[in-house]
Design a protein around this ligand. Structure first.
Ligand SMILES: [Zn+2]
Length: 458
């Protein structure tokens, strides 16, 4: 396939637009240049070609939960999420993953790290979420969210009330790791990766954390986790480990280029330097952090210390959209009032975070996030004929500060067209939406006792 004479933003730190042909062969970009030929042509003269964005932190089970968590603090929204996700069938897992995937693809996100699910799970749930991404034709890491200890950071002072039907019951470590190993064996490969993904280090024993890292090293996987999202998590780390969470993780050997950490808000400059030195990635979720009042990730200090940063939307109960354009825009403007203008992050920094940063978190740093020969053909084509792009003064700036995903016309993942004419074509979207419409109501009526217990708790 050939994309002819598109305006191209190549990425990899180079965000100056230029006209070029893009030749695609076997899912990869074969050449970028002038006068290339192929029988199958997309006319690109009114299109902007951009490397697909990577949403490096989100939770597919929450895609049914838009509009359910306004005014809720971090612990409150966490409990509401449990009441809305506990006991889901494999089919509900599948539908929720499709729903999120459709929104992401249609707004220019071609890959995601899905920190999945909310509680304990069985293989049939992993099979279901894997099937969703395969059918969507979307690149994804299913980051299996494991824990073997209590969620102390969200338990109210004085503990949970007697008889509370807590769905966050830890499973034995050996069972959890056997499940993750089997899921990796079944599904890791091609567009789909499977990562071990501690829910949060403080919700895991040291043995589980070490087992996750050991598996990742052996099977060349990433490790994904929530890290220091709330202030109470820093206090728990101090009292449990006698040092910071990051230093404790370093003692266990967890800090490496395999590790990506969502939020990373309550962290000091020393530990930022340590994460940077070990090659880990922080994942900035500015909308989620603001909505639940968690805090401001110290992006300026991370940039000073050379810590790689990726971007995420987080789940749809804390955002409530999965549009990476909004995260890009907010990430770079959020810190400006408190920073010298000379050190402000700019549009091209946001684009680097959404592409190269995400590719590193996905463990695809060498093959993803640029429009260049040899790279995976994950390409988004934006229609430049609308008001938002007229006149097109600076493609990179307008992509970050003007665009919201609505101008996405065509999306390719590994060379396959999954969005055409602005519509996802890899799955039957109308049928999906019909099915998803009543799904949360059904789950809530089934989870009546937990719903009532959580309401009493909040
Ligand atoms: Zn999250």
């Amino acid at each position: 396939m050939l994309i002819r004479r598109a305006l191209v933003l190549p990425g990899g730190g180079d965000w100056r637009a230029r006209r070029a042909d893009i030749l695609i062969r076997d899912g990869r970009i074969a050449a970028v240049g002038d006068g290339l030929e192929d029988p199958e042509v997309i006319q690109g003269s009114s299109l902007l070609a951009v490397p697909g964005f990577i949403n490096a932190h989100y939770h597919s089970p929450l895609s049914l939960l838009r509009g359910t968590a306004d005014g809720l603090s971090h612990p409150a929204f966490m409990w509401q999420n449990q009441a809305d996700t506990a006991g889901r069938s494999a089919h509900e897992v599948y539908v929720s993953a499709l729903l999120g995937g459709v929104e992401m693809l249609a707004s220019g996100t071609t890959a995601a790290i899905d920190h999945f699910p909310e509680q304990g799970f069985a293989l049939e749930h992993v099979d279901a979420v894997a099937r969703a991404y395969r059918e969507l034709g979307m690149r994804a890491a299913v980051a299996l969210r494991v824990f073997d200890e209590a969620y102390d950071d969200i338990v109210p002072p004085g503990g949970l009330p007697a008889g509370f039907p807590d769905p966050l019951k830890p499973a034995p470590l050996a069972d959890t790791m056997a499940l993750v190993e089997e899921a990796v064996k079944r599904h890791d490969g091609g567009l789909l990766r499977v990562f071990p993904a501690p829910s949060n280090p403080s919700r895991c024993s040291d043995a589980l954390l070490v087992a996750c890292e050991e598996l990742a090293r052996r099977r060349h996987l990433g490790v994904h986790t929530h890290l220091l999202e709330t202030e109470v998590q820093t206090r728990i780390a101090r009292s449990r480990y006698g040092t910071t969470m990051v230093k404790h993780m370093d003692r266990l050997g967890l800090l490496s280029p395999r590790l990506s950490c969502a939020h990373t808000i309550w962290i000091d400059e020393d530990d930022i330097g340590l994460l940077a030195k070990r090659g880990a990635t922080a994942v900035h979720n500015p909308e989620s952090n603001l909505k639940v009042g968690a805090g401001f990730m110290p992006l300026p200090a991370m940039r000073r210390r050379g810590l790689r940063v990726a971007l995420g939307t987080d789940g749809a109960s804390t955002n409530d959209n999965l549009v990476l354009h909004e995260a890009m825009r907010l990430a770079v403007i959020l810190h400006r009032p408190n920073e010298e203008r000379s050190s402000w992050a700019r549009a091209e920094d946001a684009l680097d975070m959404a592409t190269a940063g995400g590719a590193a978190a996905l463990q695809c740093a060498g093959s993803l996030g640029r429009i260049a020969p040899g790279q995976s053909a994950d390409i988004v084509l934006y229609d430049l004929t609308g008001a938002r792009w007229t006149p097109c003064n600076d493609a990179a700036q307008q992509l970050v500060f003007a665009e919201n995903g609505d101008s996405v016309r065509t999306v390719l993942v590994a060379g396959r067209v999954v969005v055409d004419g602005g519509r996802v074509v890899s799955v039957d979207v109308d049928a999906l939406l019909r099915e998803a419409r009543g799904m949360l109501a059904g789950i809530r009526s089934r989870n009546g006792a937990l719903q009532r217990a959580v309401k009493a708790l909040l």
